[in-house]
Structures are given as C-alpha cells and as structure tokens.
Design a protein around this ligand. Sequence first.
Ligand SMILES: [Mg+2]
Length: 379
Amino acid sequence: MKVTDVKVYPLVQPLEIKSFAFSQTWVTGRQVTIVVISTDEGIEGCGEAFGPAQALARTIETFCAPRILGQDPFNTDVIWDSIYRPYRHNSQKGLLCEALSAVDIALWDIKGKATGQPVYNLLGGAFRDRAHAYATGLYRPMAEDPKAALIEEALGYKDAGFFAMKYKMGTVSVEEDLEILGAIRDAIGWDTTLMVDANCAYDAAEAVWLAREMEDLEIYWFEEPLPPEDLDGYVELKNSTTIRIAAGECEMTRFGFRELIARRCVDILQPDAGICGGITEFQKITAMASAWNTQIVPHVWGTNIAIAAALHCYAAIPHIPGKINPPEPFFEFDRSPNPLREGATHEKFTAVDSYIDIPKTPGLGVTVDKDFLKAHAVQ
Ligand SMILES: [Mg+2]
C-alpha cells in the first residue's frame, strides 16, 4: 500500500459571547488542524494536531506531505524518523512536531482500517473498554458574576454524572481563586473529585504556598502549576505537597518526556497524541512511564478525532502499577465551548455516568465529515 494524497483542513471557528479565559489568554475562537491521508487501496485515515491551524496546515503541506507520498503507511516508525531526525533543529518541540503528530495519527487510522482492527489492538490490546472521563471546564467565563456562573457550571457536571471535574486557575489573584475553589467545593460536596489546572501561571514559591492552601480542599491534582521549562521548580513543588502534580501537555517526544519522568518532576504525565509526536510517540512515552512507575492521563482538547486517538492510546496504557483491582486512569473530556468538536466526525462521544465507550471499529473508529471540514476550512 502507498500513500497517494495528503489533504489538510485548517479549521477556525470564533466563539464570540462563549469566549473564555485560562491563565495565559482569552480563547475567542477554536482552531484545529485535520489531515486526511489517502492510499492507492482506497483506504483513508484522519489525524489531528493541536496548535495554530493555518501555520500547521502549511507545515504539513509543504514539509510533511512530500516525505509521506509514495510511502507504505505501515512504516509509522520509519516515516516518523524520516521527518523528525533530519530536521532536529526544527522538530524537537513546536509546530513541526505537532504537524508530525497529525500525520502519524492518520497513518495509524489507515493501519487499523487495512487490518480490520481498532488501533488499540495494534498497540498491544485494550486494558479497558471504556474511559473514566472527567469534565474539563470551569474556565473564566464572560459573565457578569463569574463565581456564580462557575458554581452553576460545576453543578451541571455533577448533575450530568461526572465523577470529577477540573477548575482553571490563574486568571485572577490567588486569593480569588481560593475563594472560588472553596465555593465550588461547597457546592459539589466532597464526594466529587476536584482538580485544578494553572496552565503554567506560577513560580515555585507561589505554587508551594497555593498547594498547601489547597490540601484542605482535597484537590486531587495540581496541573501545570509552573512553566514547562522549570523542571527544578517541579521537583521542589512535588516534594513539598501531598497533592499530586500533573504536567506534560506542553511536552513533546520521548526525549522531552525523559526529563519529566527520570527527574521525577510529576506524579501524573499528560502527553497529547496530537502534540507529542502522534500515537507512535505516545506509545514510547507510555513505555517509559511504566518503567518509572508514573501515571498517565492523556491530554486532549480537540475534536472527536483527537478524542478518538486519545481513547485508543488510553485503552493500551498498562496499569501503573499493576495489581488485582487497579483503579483506571482518568480520561480528559473537554466540555468547554468548541463548535468544531462534534462537527468534524459523524460519530459522537458521550459520557454516561462518567464513562465513554472506546470505539471497537477498525482504525480510530471515527469518520470525518468532509462537508463540515470544507465548510469550516480557512486559507
Ligand atoms: Mg491542562
């Protein structure tokens, strides 16, 4: 089988009054880059990358596509190496690695469809057939009374059956964040798991102080408290609190994750298949995490294609550590406004009692809606 065509769809959709903020910026629109790879046997695969859509589309079209055309899509490691290695100056972190991620995911979709197997079977089989989903939301809203709006949103997740949810902190003062967090805890009670995500908002001293304040609120994990470059700060923080420390959505490739893992910077790793180098690289990161006895919770913030890719990677994560009745890893289920999420594929994902079924059909188990892609693609 040979790759015959690589088509890219940079999708952009404004959010207008549904705009929201996390600690680094206001999100006034959602964007995503979807790639569809065709073969001479009529099998197509789809992939997705996280990042600036138009720049990623240009990178895939001008840089990745010429290196994939004519290649056997089963050679995912060889193709990965052919794009990453000769261009290490550019590919270690950033757009080229994200572009490679989308391409790699699409190749795995093709491999699954060609063999009639769901992707997780090609990764060694599923340790679980459903994902234990938590709600990602609770961003700073454009509301007259943000605190009341956040409490209402949190209660909505609880009513929808989610066992856990995540609050995005760092858009306001630490005092205001703690007040809102306390109010959310009061509203949802102590039987719902609550995490926080700061998206790199603090230095080590502030994060250590905040973590101590949050221990009484039974915060399950403190996500990206520090910038990803401050690995020593992560070690300092991790050794100073009983709250689990999570990070990894900004990290790329097995080489980047090696530092996070081997230096024991975090308790929970959060690689994103659409960022870290695709399913090929996610699998290698998983093997390292297993060797260092470190948990993995996939990061995912895209359309149903990204969710599907994450679900297959998640299915194949071994229990870390294994035991007779191991708890299942958490699975990120982004509930923030994203009109592109549902439109990109014909299949939809829903959480019922906090569980999402992992697709069992060949490949990723989703089919792209090309009419939607064409309608929302920008130049
Ligand atoms: Mg995050």
